[in-house]
Design a protein around this ligand. Structure first.
Ligand SMILES: NC(=O)c1ccc[n+]([C@@H]2O[C@H](COP(=O)([O-])OP(=O)(O)OC[C@H]3O[C@@H](n4cnc5c(N)ncnc54)[C@H](O)[C@@H]3O)[C@@H](O)[C@H]2O)c1
Length: 340
């Protein structure tokens, strides 16, 4: 991956003349979005961020100030269609990746707000894409659309298994998959939804499955940490997930489909072993509740590969090592504290 440090600010002149591709990424002040932005900036593709928040602390963890200066930031709420339309216009977007949303604990705490942001917000993205004349949307769905492991046959869960969400967040994600399908049927807007499971890496500091990354941050600071769940599940390195979204947004895919992302399927004890290998000073200090998450532990990603091709993946050991290295640097530079 090359850094194009000599490139001037992409917004210093007519934005449409510099690069035929321009990305709008919603929720890009969050974890996955920060990695999407990093990948796009480093390949020299113009990118605009639409987010309700204003603090780019996750982006600062993984981008230099000079790289950050090349990003267009648009403050806005995806529940406001006019604001979303304005963001499409201001960014002159040719491609859109929709990641903004509220995670499981926030939807549980305030279901009406969760529905407004996750469901209405997603309808707004598709509607604005349609009005802007875009023909494709890539968006985040989730493992949470599935039911409990024992509701399915043994083995990795296929992408077209019946959806049986058990929490508000999963129900909202299922609704989004339906919204995407109807925008294809009615308006010919193609879409790819990607279902991640446990995303880890710098920037993953909130949500049901964020505690393995919090353990990596504690390890980088030489501190003990107790992870709130255990068992086996699929882990996806945030950089890999980001590249999958970029690939999906660019793919000449026609229709509306949703694919599982698999990554590395591992028991929490393997995650802890990877942490201890990258940070031997925390040996025996990273513990976990050996209580599995209420989702199938393995996901079949063959449909993604079949439809879109293969994306290179980072092994769990490498992903954990890279995460701890980035956290060590960020701690040393005072960009983050181990209490974060
Ligand atoms: N992290 C995971 O393990 C995981 C797994 C499966 C699916 N997903 C999905 O992927 C997407 C991105 O996940 P993440 O981990 O980067 O999330 P995150 O919580 O780190 O970031 C979400 C971003 O959305 C923004 N946002 C929230 N409400 C908004 C609104 N009304 N208008 C505009 N922006 C708003 C937030 O400010 C935040 O920057 C989400 O849709 C999430 O549900 C994540």
């Amino acid at each position: 991956m090359s850094t194009q440090n000599s490139q001037p600010s992409i917004f210093s002149s007519d934005p449409t003349t510099l690069n035929p591709q321009r990305f709008l990424v919603t929720g890009a002040l969050g974890c996955i979005g920060a990695w999407v932005v990093r990948n796009l900036v480093r390949e020299g593709t113009p990118v605009a961020v639409l987010d309700l928040a204003s603090n780019p602390h996750r982006l600062r963890l993984i981008l230099s100030d000079e790289e950050l200066a090349r990003v267009q930031f648009i403050a806005g709420d995806i529940t406001d269609l006019a604001a979303v339309e304005a963001a499409f216009k201001d960014s002159a977007a040719t491609h859109v990746i929709h990641l903004a949303g509220l995670q499981v604990p926030f939807c549980k705490a305030d279901p009406p707000l969760g529905a407004r942001v996750n469901v209405v917000g997603t309808v707004n993205i598709f509607e604005a894409a349609k009005r802007a004349g875009l023909k494709r949307v890539a968006y985040a769905s989730s493992i949470a659309v599935y039911g409990l492991s024992d509701e399915y046959p043994e083995g990795p869960i296929p992408h077209d298994a019946p959806l049986k969400p058990r929490n508000h967040y999963g129900v909202y994600k299922q609704a989004n998959e339906g919204t995407a399908r109807v925008y294809w049927l009615d308006d010919g807007i193609s879409s790819v939804g990607l279902r991640a499971y446990t995303v880890y890496g710098p920037g993953r500091d909130q949500g049901l499955t964020s505690s393995p990354t919090k353990a990596m941050l504690a390890a980088a600071a030489g501190r003990p940490f107790h992870i709130s769940f255990g068992g086996r599940c699929a882990y996806q390195f945030a950089d890999d997930v980001a590249r999958a979204f970029i690939h999906a947004a660019r793919a000449p895919f026609e229709g509306a489909d949703v694919f599982n992302l698999r990554g590395s399927v591992a028991h929490m004890r393997e995650v802890v072993a990877a942490i201890e290998s990258a940070a031997p000073e925390v040996k025996d200090k990273i513990t976990f509740d050996d209580k599995p998450l209420p989702f199938p532990e393995d996901m079949d990603d063959a449909a993604f590969t079949h439809a879109l091709g293969r994306i290179s993946e980072t092994s769990l050991t490498d992903g954990v090592r890279q995460t701890i290295d980035i956290f060590r640097r960020a701690l040393a530079e005072g960009k983050i504290s181990a209490g974060n």
